[in-house]
Design a protein around this ligand. Structure first.
Ligand SMILES: [Zn+2]
Length: 361
C-alpha cells in the first residue's frame, strides 16, 4: 500500500513538473540530404580522406577538422551540433554505440526518405525520385487541420519538394531552387535573393545553392513567423555522389554554421525564443565501405542508417544517446506533432513519437 501511495505522489509531482515545463510552440525541421552518421559522430573518416582521388587538399582537411579523438574531430567539423545540440539537446543514431536509427522504406534514396519523414510511413508505393504528388497525407496536412494554415512553409534546394509535400493538396508554400539571377535581382515573396550572391563564406566555397536556401528560409521566418518550417539542404548528397570528400565535409561545416545562425536568430525573436524546437535529420545514409560505397546510397548496404538531433523547451539535455535502442525514420512526423501537443493520427499507418523527445502528457 505504501508503495502505491508513494507511486501516486511521484506521479503527481511528475505531472506538476510537466505542466511547468516550457512548451514547444514552433518546430523547425532541417534535413541534410544523405549526410552519413559516420561523419556526424566520428568526424572525417581516415579511410576516405586518405584516398587521393576523394581529397584534393588533405592538409586542409586535417588542419581544419581532424583530431585523433573522434569526439574532438566531430566538434571541429560541426561545432554547433556538438557544442550546442549535443550539450542542450539529444543526438540519436551512433551505430557504434548500438543506438540505431533506420529507415523503414527499403529504397534508401531521397523521395521515399522524405515521404517517410513527413508522413510517418515508409510507403512501398513511393519508389522513385520522379514520383508524382505524394498521395499520403503528411505532417503539413495534419497541422493544417489543427489551425496551422498559413503558418507553415518549406524552403529547399531540391525541386522535388512541391511534389513530396503535395503543395497542390495542402497549399503549403514550398520554395525550391533559389537561384540568383545576375541580370538584376530575383524576388520571391518580396524577398530579394540577388543580394546574397556575395555571401558565400569565402574561406569555404561549398554549399552555394544551400546558402540561398538558407538565407531565404531565415528571411521568410523573420518576416512571416511560421510555426512549422521545413528547410531541406541538398549539397552534402551532391558532393558525396561526385566523390568530392573535401566539399562534402566543407558543406556539412557550412550548414552547421547556418544552424547556429538560425538558432541565434530564433533566440532573439519573441515568438521563437524559448518556445521553439529544432530537429535536424537526413533522408538516408550512404554506404560504409571506403572504396566507392561511401559515395552512394540506394542499393548499398548500410545506407539505411540515419540520425536524428533535436533540442528545444522540455527536451532533456541528454546529449549523445549512448543507450542500446532502435528508432525509425517513421517516428519523426509523430514526434513533431507530439512536441506541439497533438496525437498524430493520419488516415494511414504512422510510427509512434520518440518518447524521450516528446514525453506523453
Ligand atoms: Zn537524398
Amino acid at each position: 500500500m505504501k508503495l502505491s501511495t508513494s507511486f501516486f505522489i511521484m506521479l503527481a509531482c511528475l505531472s506538476s513538473v510537466a505542466q511547468k515545463a516550457p512548451k514547444t510552440e514552433n518546430v523547425i525541421l532541417v534535413t541534410l540530404d544523405g549526410y552519413r552518421w559516420q561523419e556526424l559522430f566520428g568526424g572525417p573518416q581516415k579511410k576516405i580522406y586518405k584516398t587521393k582521388k576523394y581529397t584534393k587538399d588533405l592538409k586542409a582537411i586535417k588542419g581544419q577538422y581532424y583530431d585523433t579523438d573522434p569526439v574532438k574531430s566531430r566538434a571541429k567539423l560541426m561545432p554547433f551540433m556538438w557544442g550546442t545540440i549535443g550539450g542542450q539537446g539529444q543526438v540519436y543514431g551512433n551505430k557504434k554505440l548500438h543506438n540505431k536509427v533506420t529507415l523503414t522504406n527499403g529504397y534508401k534514396f531521397s523521395y521515399p526518405g522524405y515521404n517517410e519523414i513527413l508522413t510517418g510511413w515508409g510507403d512501398r508505393r513511393v519508389n522513385s525520385n520522379d514520383y508524382p504528388d505524394d498521395p499520403n497525407t503528411n505532417i503539413f496536412d495534419f497541422l493544417k487541420a489543427k489551425g496551422f494554415d498559413g503558418k507553415m512553409f518549406c524552403a529547399a534546394t531540391w525541386d522535388a519538394f512541391p511534389r513530396i509535400i503535395n503543395t497542390k493538396r495542402n497549399g503549403v508554400p514550398v520554395f525550391v531552387e533559389m537561384k540568383a539571377d545576375s541580370s538584376g535581382g530575383f524576388h520571391r515573396n518580396g524577398i530579394d535573393i540577388d543580394k546574397w550572391q556575395t555571401t558565400i563564406p569565402p574561406h569555404n566555397p561549398y554549399a552555394k545553392t544551400d546558402t540561398f536556401t538558407y538565407k531565404f528560409a531565415k528571411e521568410y521566418i523573420h518576416r512571416y513567423h511560421p510555426r512549422f518550417a521545413f528547410i531541406g539542404f541538398d549539397e552534402t548528397d551532391d558532393f558525396a555522389h561526385g566523390g568530392e570528400y573535401d566539399a562534402y565535409l566543407g558543406t556539412a561545416h557550412t550548414l552547421d554554421s547556418y544552424l547556429q545562425d538560425l538558432w541565434d536568430y530564433l533566440q532573439s525573436d519573441p515568438q521563437y525564443k524559448g518556445k521553439t524546437t529544432l530537429i535536424v535529420t537526413c533522408d538516408h545514409g550512404r554506404g560504409d565501405i571506403p572504396k566507392l560505397e561511401w559515395r552512394h546510397h540506394g542499393r548499398v548496404m548500410g545506407a539505411e542508417y540515419i540520425w536524428i538531433a533535436a533540442m528545444g523547451p522540455g527536451i532533456d539535455a541528454l546529449g549523445e544517446i549512448r543507450t542500446r535502442e532502435h528508432l525509425h525514420q517513421n517516428q519523426i512526423a509523430a514526434t513533431i506533432a507530439a512536441l506541439l501537443g497533438y496525437d498524430y493520427k493520419p488516415d494511414h499507418y504512422a510510427g509512434e513519437p520518440i518518447r524521450s523527445l516528446a514525453p506523453q502528457k
